[in-house]
Design a protein around this ligand. Structure first.
Ligand SMILES: Cc1cc2nc3c(=O)[nH]c(=O)nc-3n(C[C@H](O)[C@H](O)[C@H](O)COP(=O)(O)OP(=O)(O)OC[C@H]3O[C@@H](n4cnc5c(N)ncnc54)[C@H](O)[C@@H]3O)c2cc1C
Length: 527
């Protein structure tokens, strides 16, 4: 940590005057928009577990008033917004090397009439599918792949996120979300059996995620991808009332041997992240950070060296139908016939495939980025408070939060809540103290959650149409390895482990739970 002068840091805590408090308070009230109310409902439901609905509402109102009158005005003494705040995610601000591909350089280009496989979506998932295809289908010239995106490469969540390469969600969290959902789909199981099944789901997920993290690092090193990759872990603050849950989650990690997830004391939190906390924090040891859009562009650029793979931006898929032996992929630029289709459309999926309405839930998350920020915040490490995340990438500091479901048709919309950004300024101040911070970019994206917050990876129609989705805001923990497994399955290659067995990950788990082949209960697992 620097011992020299710290230009951004403000030496004495700043406190807003009465007039400033009133101004900020009124501005916050007048600036409330539809999404603020939706987000408030989410926060009311998640912030006070175990409290009655009325109790939660009262607590939330009290907390909101405190934020609006005290925390936010104090934070706004040193944090400012640019006169015009850009809605372009910071990762895309310097331009996109694959913009308008191939139309920009080849306006007369045309979609192929027939290919072996169409991938819909060019984010983490579509990029990974192209990359693995380029490596695994190399020997056969007939195995052509076309990747389509209605926007640009990495224009979805993959170019709008926090830039953490996560080791997935930690085991205990996955276990809990699956366990909550199991009574709805496995009503006949006893409670101990459900607990056992949830544990198995969690272990399967984490094993796949751990391999995913290592595969990403291997690919970056092997290919020499320039995407600012650094592996320094992810610190996640926990308040006093969350310490028991943290200890339990670390115990689960030990019980299962999935020991990436651990707990660190306040002095280590300070050392690693710069956050001043009074209680232990969770720590994912092997999480990394990177430039997520550069990762997607690198994957695609490397794949496009293969003559078998083509990418078309600004090409929207309107419908996919199975006609005889072929899939007819109807797009805004014409029809492509394909033997196989993979949907890499994450939160947009229900718009294309209505059967996923209420099964893939588009969920809004937002971020803002700017200059300055806490001098004590080290770069390239994952940092989360209890209600938001922070990160330093190069000379930019990012803040972000939210996980509020939005209607299907709002997938991908950029509609960040200014209220949430201002709230995050208060949170950053709480953990790092005052600092001068100048926000220049603010945006949102949609991730997708399934009802059990567990991904789906596999065939979705009983034939040859696949999907990888439902990554619960942790796409880097799933997409790369899942794409590898799907490519291997399509190519019938069995020389590598398949980390996404259908009994856990197949979409039938959501689409037809009654007829889904559920995993057998294994009694030998811990817990
Ligand atoms: C603010 C924020 C912070 C996040 N932080 C992290 C993080 O630190 N680490 C992490 O792992 N994850 C994070 N996430 C989640 C992560 O970004 C996603 O899980 C991941 O990007 C999903 O990748 P994807 O390729 O499956 O989907 P997307 O990147 O959303 O790509 C889907 C693509 O499909 C295209 N598409 C959709 N429908 C069609 C159609 N009909 N025709 C053609 N194209 C179509 C879209 O244009 C889009 O480009 C965050 C997300 C947000 C919003």
């Amino acid at each position: 940590m620097s011992s020299g002068p710290i230009p951004n840091q403000v030496s004495k805590p700043t406190v807003a005057s009465f007039g400033m408090r009133l101004r900020v308070f009124l501005r916050l009230l007048c600036g409330l928009r539809k999404h603020d109310f939706r987000a408030a409902a989410t926060w009311i439901n998640t912030m006070y577990p175990g409290v009655s609905p009325v109790g939660r509402l009262i607590k939330f109102l009290r907390w909101s008033l405190w934020q609006m009158w005290c925390e936010i005005p104090d934070a706004l003494c040193t944090a400012k917004f640019a006169p015009i705040v850009s809605r372009t995610p910071i990762w895309l601000a310097a331009g996109n090397p694959l913009e308008n591909h191939p139309w920009g350089s080849r306006p007369d280009a045309a979609l192929p009439k027939r290919v072996h496989i169409v991938v819909i979506g060019a984010g983490f998932t579509g990029g990974a599918l192209a990359y693995h295809w380029s490596r695994r289908a190399a020997s056969n010239p007939d195995l052509t792949m076309t990747v389509l995106d209605m926007g640009e490469a990495a224009s979805g969540s993959s170019g709008r996120n926090e830039g953490l390469v996560v080791m997935g969600r930690y085991c205990h969290m996955v276990e809990q979300t699956v366990l909550r959902h199991l009574p709805a789909v496995r009503p006949n199981l006893s409670e101990p059996d459900r607990q056992q099944l949830a544990r198995q789901f969690a272990v399967a997920y984490c094993k796949a995620a751990y391999r995913n993290g290592d595969l990403i690092e291997e690919a970056i090193r092997r290919e020499g991808f320039d995407c600012d990759y650094a592996r320094h872990g992810w610190v996640q603050a926990r308040d006093a009332d969350q310490q028991a849950a943290l200890a339990e989650s670390v115990r689960t990690a030990l019980d299962t041997g999935l020991t990436d997830w651990t707990s660190i004391p306040p002095d280590e939190v300070k050392l690693r992240s710069g956050m001043a906390v009074t209680h232990n924090a969770g720590y994912s040891i092997a999480a990394a950070s990177f430039h997520p859009a550069k990762w997607v562009w690198s994957l695609l650029n490397s794949s496009l060296r293969s003559e078998k793979i083509e990418f078309y931006s600004r090409t929207k898929v309107l419908k996919v139908e199975l006609v005889g032996e072929d899939y007819h992929v109807h797009t805004t630029r014409g029809l492509i016939k394909a033997h196989t289709v993979v949907n890499a459309t994450e939160s947009y999926t229900p718009l294309l495939h209505r059967q996923f309405h209420d099964r893939i839930l588009p969920t809004q998350t937002q971020a803002a980025s700017g200059d300055g920020g806490p001098a004590a915040m080290p770069p390239h490490i994952g940092i989360s408070g209890t209600r938001g995340f922070f990160g330093k990438h190069g000379d930019k500091v990012m803040v972000g939060s939210d996980a509020t479901r939005v209607p299907d048709h709002e997938a991908g919309r950029i509609q960040p809540s200014r209220f949430i950004t201002k709230f995050l300024l208060g949170e950053m101040r709480r953990y790092f103290g005052d600092s001068r911070y100048h926000i220049t970019h603010e945006w949102s994206g949609t991730v997708s959650y399934t009802p059990d917050e567990y991904p789906i990876v596999g065939v979705m129609d009983g034939h040859r149409q696949y999907i990888i989705a439902g990554m619960a805001g942790s796409g880097t923990g799933v997409a790369f390895n899942a794409a590898r497994c799907v490519v291997n399955r399509i190519l019938e290659l069995i020389d590598e482990p398949d980390d996404y067995p259908p009994e856990y990950f197949a979409p039938t788990r959501l689409l037809d739970p009654e007829h889904h082949t559920w995993p057998k209960l294994e009694r030998s697992l811990g817990g």
